[in-house]
Design a protein around this ligand. Structure first.
Ligand code: GLN
Length: 399
């Protein structure tokens, strides 16, 4: 039998999606893969019913249905503070997963270096490898996930074609400050580097933090490929609707990549999602209030359980420090947590390039009932902990 490509053998399957399968298998409350257990807004569901009955059921224009792009241009122009043209500045993709792949393939040649902050959402390295580029990691140091400006400068100096910026960040919950972004912008300009953003949590930011769109910084629109999606903002992760926003020159190239990769995002869902994009501004304020409440509810349980965590500034993840339990492997810890405590988390090591395995990621995009059920289970974490493991720093337990 012929051998499959070296490209695919250089990375593993997604740990996040693997944890969801484990949660399903053992009936754990799934706080691993980040998606809500509640539905999109009611008017959007009604629009989906209409689209199911009346279509369109055939291909949309490859770079996105015009009505969808018009609605997206209106909404993003308002929030990004840019004048976006639906015909010039965007390509609609199958989720931001495709958007990031399209952005990377549009920006990079084989052999190019791509700076990725670590910890990072696991797709970025795989994206870089799939387009023959080399990921170069710059650490965001826990617990507060700051980067060392000199380390970042060094990574740019060694030559980088692009930098990936996930802001608000998955998994750390970091929201990059305007000053940090301006520093990145100055390096991107000095070294003539593209910036590929993943801004899917743009509307999930906790006060007093605010989201700054990288493309809106002075001079940055020309070198930024802004990727995002409707998944998190409208609780529709399964609809797979995302986009890349950039200059007409960049979009002209990105459209070609997208066209040959997927032809297009689902036409009836684009039609229905116009209703989502046309929701009034009050929707986004309510979304922020909703997630602030969920975050506070869930963190209260973590506090009551005596767990150590970094308070997220944005997105809907929290990194919990499990050093006190002294397990040799965070993956084994997460398996134990899912099977014996009934809560599924993602082992932090799957996000880090560095050998860090004392953190796990939990998410709180869940209904109040789900969060309190998970919280009650976490309160019992110490009771359930095998004796050899709990408080036995020097002798990590075996499963
Ligand atoms: N972004 C979500 C997460 O980090 C979901 C990822 C996925 O599986 N597409 O969990």
């Amino acid at each position: 039998m012929p051998r499959t490509s070296l490209r695919t053998s250089s990375f593993g399957e997604s740990v996040i999606r693997g944890m969801t399968r484990l949660a399903d298998e053992c009936g754990a409350i799934n706080l691993s893969q980040g998606f809500p257990d509640f539905d999109p807004p009611e008017p959007v569901l009604r629009a989906a019913e209409r689209a199911g009955r009346h279509g369109p059921h055939q291909y949309a224009i490859t770079w996105g249905a015009l009505e969808f792009r018009r609605a997206l241009a209106r909404k993003q122009s308002r929030f990004m503070g840019l004048e976006l043209d639906p015909n010039e500045h965007m390509v609609i993709t199958c989720g931001s997963t495709e958007a990031m792949m399209v952005a990377m393939m549009t920006a990079c040649n084989p052999g190019d270096r791509v700076i990725v902050f670590s910890p990072f959402y696991e797709n970025y390295s795989a994206d870089a490898i799939l387009c023959g580029a080399e990921p170069v990691h710059v650490t965001l140091y826990p617990p507060d996930f700051r980067f060392d400006p000199e380390e970042l400068r060094g990574a740019f100096r060694r030559g980088a074609k692009a930098l990936v910026l996930c802001n608000p960040a998955n998994p750390s919950g970091k929201v990059f400050s305007r000053d940090e972004l301006m520093f990145i912008a100055s390096l991107a300009e000095a070294h003539d580097t593209f910036v590929l953003t993943d801004e899917v949590y743009e509307h999930i930011v906790y006060r007093p933090r605010e989201h700054t769109y990288f493309a809106s910084l002075p001079g940055m629109f020309a070198r930024t490929l802004s990727c995002s999606s409707l998944s998190k903002t409208y609780s529709m992760t399964g609809w797979r609707l995302g986009y890349v926003i950039a200059t007409p020159e960049i979009i002209g190239e990105a459209r070609k990549v997208h066209d040959f990769l997927t032809v297009g995002a689902a036409a009836p869902l684009q039609q229905a999602a116009v209703t989502a994009l046309e929701l009034p501004d009050s929707y986004y304020g309510e979304l922020q209030a909703l997630y602030t409440k969920k975050r506070d509810e869930f963190l209260e349980y973590l506090r009551a359980a005596g767990l150590v965590y970094t308070e997220p500034q944005g997105a809907y993840y929290v990194m919990v420090d499990i050093s006190e339990f002294a397990w040799a492997s965070d993956l084994a810890f997460c398996e134990w947590l899912a099977r014996q405590v009934g809560v599924a988390a993602v082992p932090g090591s799957s996000f880090f390039h560095e050998p860090i395995n004392h953190l796990i990621r939990l998410h709180f995009a869940k209904r109040s009932e789900t969060l309190s059920a998970a919280g009650e289970r976490l309160l019992k974490i110490r009771e359930r902990m095998p004796r050899a493991s709990y408080n036995a720093r020097s002798e990590p337990a075996k499963l």
